[in-house]
Design a protein around this ligand. Structure first.
Ligand code: ATP
Length: 780
């Protein structure tokens, strides 16, 4: 919707999709002055109190009232005007173009040959022309475009069932070629169910459970005998609750538990403070927020400022205690920052130690850093908290004007366990020749710990941080990018460098992302993967695929589907082109044998193409994953469609089908074999043989590698149905008098039918032999 802002705090919006202006525009709520221009003529970019559909908030927050929806919005108007054209050719389209060209040239050559051969055999010109066209029709697999589209669409649907929503159809098969998956940590590799586990103030480490049992009210009732740590804990908990945008609710199923809405990290902090004994609603009401610098993944911290001298009646004992601890009777405002402890220390000059504000010297910094590292090493996400009293508010709310001279209070360690299913998915990736890489904003030690738990990294593996990346040239990065499994403390723009380095080294990289700033990396990567739950609209817009459940395992499933789909496309191309080549050989060569004519009538050729190229090809397009498809290295994305044995298959199988059809036809013709009705049987026998042989071919192609006797017939009911239906239709074409007239066929005797059937299996055996040689490593 397009909306009118009623609240805007540091709100910037990127409106490039509407105005073409790439710089974000700052928004406010001030009414627009229409003295010079009628409001309707005011350029979109100048309407600063409006936010528009299809644009992205890059910074800050706000509240707006919906003014227009759907086609009435500015974007809707554009949508009405523009018909977007997608001109970029996808890899599959390129490959299919190649196939198309080969077919076109093939069909023209074949037509010319058929024409010349027809003339040589002395047929009248009109018959020769008709036959040439019919033969060309036999070469061209008319069903191919439809089968490709249906196979891709069905594949995308199967992916959706496995929680991967494909936004661009070509991504379906690029997925099969992925060599590296770069994944975010939080929520994708981990559960994103965060819980504060330890609290560290002034070198004093406390289990969160102890703090919960040792509630604030008990501290207050201890009447002054409370230890200074207690004050530090109260300060830390209050700070974390105030500098926080999560909303907390009681779990409707369990009154002892709380659920939070919003950022899970923040939720964990609010839940911890609530269980400790604070009340977010009270705190927000007493200590009004008067300003803020929102969290950014570049700074890795956020700051809010609060009014301290707010006269509130009926405050609880806890509230009064917190007012005292926060210095409400001596100061006007307090600024509270929270964020990655290392980044927070950059803006701290003092620390709150044992009730005293102590200068943050190297020894103290070292102590805090060590505590931070110790927690991170155990896989905890560490967040520090700091504050600063202020008597006047800065005019300009920027991080430079607020985040300085802060007093460090302490840290919390938040546990976010790895998703249990990811370890198996990582193992599948490795077997499939795909390297998983963790890219996270978190601390290097936290990241490494989780990566090790998931087998993404091993003992001794190198972790590269964002700071190191800043110092590295592209060549430096290229030199190590294939060896490093974990990138930590990275900002979204680093992701772009990592993708680029991987691509320069010839990798096909999938990259996940959720934030607005991740969009360039998602666009740049070969497969941009956006998060369905936590992802911003912008990241989804930039992505090729959205994973509905934010789960790494889903990406791996999608890769598997991608490989299956490409295998299936190759499967039916093998089937269609080899069969058509075989038909062609029979049709062309019979005419060359003295006295023999074209074995099939034009109608017969069309009928055979209709029943053999349609449903059986489609059924091959929905074949399940090839056994072992995730146990081999990915194929090169630029390989030719005819590569890796496909061209050979077409020629070999085509030759076997053609030669045996020809032999059968010649034998029946030269021996004047008669059908059940006394007419010559050879044409009908060739007609029957070619159809049956293609069915054997389809069955053998259930796998590119494994024998049908290993994988069996089950697993593709559509194919079995298609084969049975095709055979029934073909029998009807031979035995029903109506079709006898239409197609000029003759009913075969049982013996002749048996000969056709037995001989037709030759194609099946040929493909089985080819697969045996592939399994033995003799053929590729
Ligand atoms: P990824 O999802 O890529 O694994 P991440 O979500 O851990 O990364 P960021 O969200 O950029 O990465 O967080 C980086 C660091 O910023 C965290 O390690 C944490 O210390 C700090 N941080 C995260 N969320 C907040 C927040 N709401 N307020 C303050 N600091 C935060």
């Amino acid at each position: 919707a397009d909306s009118r802002l009623v609240e805007a705090i540091n709100l910037s919006v990127q409106e490039a999709s509407l105005t073409g202006e790439s710089q974000p525009v700052e928004k406010d709520t001030v009414a627009l002055d229409s003295a010079d221009l009628p409001l309707a003529d005011l350029p979109l970019g100048d309407r600063r109190n409006m936010v528009y559909m299809g644009t992205a908030v890059t910074y800050g927050r706000g509240t707006a009232v919906v003014a227009e929806t759907g086609m009435q919005t500015e974007l809707g108007r554009i949508a009405e005007l523009i018909q977007s054209v997608d001109s970029d050719q996808t890899p599959l389209q390129k490959r299919m173009d190649e196939v198309g060209k080969v077919l076109l040239v093939g069909a023209v050559i074949v037509m010319i040959i058929a024409f010349v051969v027809g003339l040589l055999s002395g047929d009248p010109l009109d018959i020769v022309l008709l036959n040439a066209v019919a033969i060309a029709v036999a070469v061209v697999p008319e069903g191919l475009p439809a089968v490709v589209t249906i196979a891709l669409a069905l594949g995308a649907q199967r992916m959706l069932r496995r929680n991967a929503l494909i936004r661009r159809l070509p991504a379906v098969e690029t997925l099969g070629s992925v060599t590296t998956i770069c994944s975010d940590k939080t929520g994708t590799l981990t559960e994103n169910k965060m819980r504060v586990q330890v609290v560290d103030v002034a070198g004093h480490n406390t289990d969160m459970q102890t703090l919960i049992e040792h509630r604030l009210i008990d501290v207050i009732n201890a009447n002054g005998s409370a230890h200074n740590y207690d004050k530090a804990h109260a300060l830390l908990m209050a700070g974390n609750m105030l500098c926080n945008d999560a909303v907390i609710e009681e779990d409707p199923n369990n009154s002892d538990r709380f659920v939070s809405i919003g950022d899970p990290t923040e939720g964990a902090l609010v839940v911890a403070a609530t269980r400790y004994g604070l009340n977010k609603e009270h705190m927000d009401a007493i200590f009004n927020r008067v300003g803020e610098v929102p969290f950014s993944s570049e700074r890795k911290r956020m700051t809010t400022a609060h009014l301290l001298q707010n006269q509130v009646m009926m405050a609880s004992p806890e509230d009064s205690y917190i007012m005292r601890v926060l210095g409400a009777n001596t100061h006007h405002y307090i600024a509270i920052s929270k964020g990655a402890a290392d980044s927070l220390l950059d803006v701290c000059t003092h620390a709150w130690i044992e009730g005293e504000i102590t200068e943050l010297d190297d020894a103290l910094r070292g102590r805090i850093e060590k505590a931070n590292n110790d927690m991170a090493q155990n896989g905890l996400r560490v967040l520090g908290t700091a504050y600063r009293h202020m008597d006047v508010l800065p005019e300009n709310w920027k991080h430079e004007t607020v985040e300085h001279d802060m007093i460090f209070i302490g840290m919390v360690g938040i546990i976010d366990p790895p998703r249990p299913e990811v370890k198996a998915a990582v193992a599948i990736c490795r077997a499939a020749g795909i390297r998983p890489v963790m890219i996270t904003g978190d601390h290097p030690l936290t990241a490494l710990n989780i990566a090790k738990q998931l087998d993404i990294a091993q003992e001794g593996d190198r972790v590269i941080t964002g700071q190191e990346l800043n110092r590295m040239s592209m060549e430096d990065l290229e030199a190590v990018v294939e060896l490093v499994p974990v990138f930590a403390r990275v900002s979204p723009e680093h992701k772009l460098n990592i993708v680029q380095a991987l691509q320069n080294k010839g990798h096909i990289a999938a990259m996940t992302g959720d934030g607005v700033n991740d969009a360039p990396a998602l666009k740049r990567s070969d497969i941009g993967v956006a998060m369905g739950i936590t992802g911003t609209a912008v990241s989804k817009e930039a992505a090729d695929m959205v994973i509905v459940d934010d789960n790494f395992t889903t990406i791996v499933s999608a890769v598997e589907e991608g490989r299956t789909i490409y295998d299936n496309v190759r499967r039916f191309i093998k089937y269609l082109l080899a069969s058509n080549t075989g038909e062609l050989i029979v049709l062309l060569l019979t005419q060359l044998i003295g006295g023999m004519s074209l074995p099939l009538t034009t109608l017969q050729i069309l009928w055979m193409n209709l029943i053999t190229d349609g449903i059986p090809a489609l059924a091959l397009g929905v074949e399940q994953a090839e056994p072992g498809s995730m146990k081999r290295a990915p194929y090169a994305p630029n390989e030719s469609m005819f590569g890796r044995g496909l061209g050979r298959h077409i020629l070999l199988v085509g030759a076997v089908l053609g030669a045996s059809g020809l032999a059968l036809g010649y034998w029946a013709w030269s021996n004047n074999i008669e059908a059940a009705n006394g007419a010559l049987a050879w044409n009908t026998m060739v007609f029957m043989f070619l159809t049956l042989a293609q069915m054997g071919h389809a069955l053998a192609l259930r796998s590119h590698r494994e024998s049908l006797f290993t994988i069996g017939l089950r697993g593709n009911r559509l194919l079995i149905g298609a084969v049975i239906l095709t055979v029934i239709l073909q029998l009807m074409a031979i035995y029903l008098p109506f079709f006898n007239n239409l197609f000029q066929t003759n009913p075969l005797t049982l013996g002749q039918l048996a000969i056709c059937l037995v001989l037709s299996t030759i194609v099946f055996w040929a493909v089985e032999l080819e697969k045996l040689l592939i399994r033995r490593g003799i053929l590729s």
